[in-house]
Design a protein around this ligand. Structure first.
Ligand code: F6P
Ligand code: MG
Length: 494
């Protein structure tokens, strides 16, 4: 990891000039200071504030493009060899070897920092989306000088191309093994939740004051379960005793305070104000990671259904293997089926196994009844940020406008919401997400994100400046988080 505390890794400090004799700045310019780049000049290569790019040594972009991506790709190649060693059919083996060769070509492209070439026409529906963006904004760009967000997404699309151009391995997921293994190692936290939530919870509609208060506390806790699920393990819950749980349920006090203090931009109560008014609404999750995080999201969504707050929940996953651990349809089905029929946790008690089966069955039933809907729009695996969602995927935007709340999970979704650029940390969330807040008919949008990369918004300057000084790695550690809400924009959708 690059040493961000080193003096050479810091961005240049500001030089203050005394410009007392120059003419005053007209108000027109002052009022625009939130956006250094005016809306008409924003494009994928020119975000509203300066982009992070691979050659920026002070940024996580540098570490990711230079080291993390080649490592991820190297592991992916190892995974394919494992699969290859289990094959007996010559045609399949030769076909898979060619996938490996293409992956090695991609590795070379990364290591030599080659130019970003068009995506090969592999008959996938997103080729035009990619090549149009490449031709318009990134002609001549390479892995290191294109904005980090685009270059990184492009790498995953190129990885998919290694398989989509094969005869027999079009849908191969190089990360599937890893995703399953990680869930299999989360047994403790998995049962912490399943044993508590296997018994259905009461409905929200006819609640009296004390129950509502309890619901409020439960909501805060469950939102945090889903939030910290993004940090991959749920040590928070695992270490809690029965006594601790009782304390939370009766007072909502200390435990919540101790985990909540790391939420640096905290709209949890605003979120509750919105959700508690909802009866039979529609809530959308733009999912992030498979396995344990998805499981936490489902526990949360289950509660939203049982309380009657939501009538239906839509889950948006990825169409292709994406950023290592993101949810695909296969991961979704795997989780629900393995919970219901699998034997993934040999050390679990029969009661624990039973609790997991109960949840699995209930969730599958929700799917059958249309209360839970899993879907995957190609836009989620494009190089575009969500600022371009209304223009580049109007069908998806229109569809999201029908939701009462769209919850975006995780770091990458947050980067895409905020254009992944060097906005001041104090930038209000509504400003940072641009059209997703302002476009006519935009739905309420919330971001539940543990902070794992440079961009940070909705956090007071004094907090970020103190952390920059005292904990130089705070933006990538996953120790801190934000829960930010934009209430949406009234009016008819576009
Ligand atoms: O590599 C980029 C990145 O977005 C990191 O910032 C983060 O560590 C990882 O990918 C994915 O995080 P998440 O699964 O929370 O989107
Ligand atoms: Mg992810």
């Amino acid at each position: 990891m690059s040493d961000r505390s080193h003096v050479s890794a810091r961005p240049a400090s500001k030089t203050l000039l005394n410009l007392g004799n120059l003419p005053p700045k007209p108000d027109y310019f002052k009022s625009d200071e939130m956006f250094p780049r005016t809306a008409s000049k924003i494009d994928p290569n020119n975000p509203p504030w300066p982009a992070y790019r691979g050659y920026h040594e002070y940024s996580f972009a540098h570490e990711t493009m230079g080291k993390r991506l080649p490592t991820i790709l190297g592991k992916a190649i190892e995974d394919v060899y494992k699969t290859l060693n289990q094959q007996s059919d010559e045609e399949l083996i030769i076909d898979l070897l060619q996938c490996i060769e293409r992956m090695q070509g991609l590795m070379q492209a990364l290591q030599e920092n080659q130019k970003l070439r068009p995506i090969v026409d592999d008959n996938e529906g997103d080729v035009t989306l990619w090549n149009k963006e490449l031709a318009r904004y990134f002609r001549g760009a390479d892995f290191m000088n294109a904005p980090w967000l685009f270059a990184e997404a492009y790498k995953y699309r190129r990885l998919h191309e290694c398989f989509s151009t094969s005869r027999n391995w079009k849908d191969y997921d190089v990360f599937f093994r890893q995703k399953c293994d990680t869930f299999g190692r989360s047994g403790n936290a998995v049962f912490e939740l399943s044993t508590r939530f296997a018994v259905p919870q009461g409905s929200h509609t006819e609640m009296k004051e004390p129950d509502l208060d309890r619901q409020h506390k439960l909501f805060l806790e469950l939102t945090q379960v889903s939030l910290w699920g993004n940090a991959t393990d749920l040590s928070l819950l695992v270490n809690m005793t029965e006594e601790d749980i009782k304390k939370i349920q009766s007072t909502g006090g200390e435990h919540l305070a101790s985990t909540e203090k790391n939420i640096l931009g905290n709209h949890l109560n605003r979120l509750w104000a919105l959700v508690s008014r909802m009866r039979g609404g529609r809530i959308d999750f733009v999912l992030d990671n498979a396995g344990f995080e998805l499981y936490c999201d489902c526990v949360y969504a289950d509660w939203l259904i049982q309380t009657g707050i939501a009538r239906e929940v839509h889950f948006h996953g990825k169409r292709i293997p994406w950023f290592v651990s993101d949810v695909t349809r296969k991961d979704w089905s795997w989780l629900l089926n393995i919970m219901t029929y699998g034997a993934l946790f040999p050390d679990a008690s029969s009661k624990e196994v039973e609790s997991l089966r109960t949840l699995g069955k209930r969730w599958k039933q929700y799917e059958k009844e249309g209360k839970w809907v899993y879907e995957q729009h190609p836009f989620w695996c494009s190089g575009y940020t969500f600022w371009e969602l209304p223009a580049e995927a109007p069908d998806l935007f229109h569809y999201l406008c029908e939701s009462n709340l769209v919850l975006f999970k995780g770091d990458l979704n947050h980067r895409k919401l905020t254009y992944d650029c060097q906005a001041p940390t104090s930038t209000p969330f509504e400003e940072a997400i641009g059209p997703m807040a302002k476009e006519q008919g935009a739905p309420p949008v919330a971001s539940l994100r543990t902070i794992k990369s440079d961009v940070v918004v909705g956090v007071p300057l004094d907090v970020s400046e103190r952390l920059d000084k005292e904990e130089p790695g705070w933006r990538i550690s996953g120790k801190y988080a934000v829960v930010l809400l934009s209430e949406g924009s009234p009016g008819e959708p576009i």
